[in-house]
Design a binder for this molecule. Sequence first.
Ligand SMILES: [Zn+2]
Length: 75
Amino acid sequence: MVQSNIHSAIIEAQVNCAGCGNKMVLKGAFHAAQFTVESCFKCHSAYTGKRQVSDTGAVEKFKQKFKGFSNFKKK
Ligand SMILES: [Zn+2]
C-alpha cells in the first residue's frame, strides 16, 4: 500500500541552523513547518572550506569538563 499524500504538499518551512544560527525559509515537501539542521549553506564545511563543529552543546560540555579540571590542577 502506498501512502501518496506524505510528500505531496509543498510548503514553506522555517529552518534554523544549529551550526551558525542562520534562519532561512525554504520551500519544499517538508514534514514540518519548522525544523533545525546541523549545518546550512553558510557554515557547512563544503562551502566554507574548513572544519566546523556544529554541535555547540557538546563543545560547552567539553569546556565545562576542562574548566573543572583546570581548577582542580591550580589547587
Ligand atoms: Zn549554518
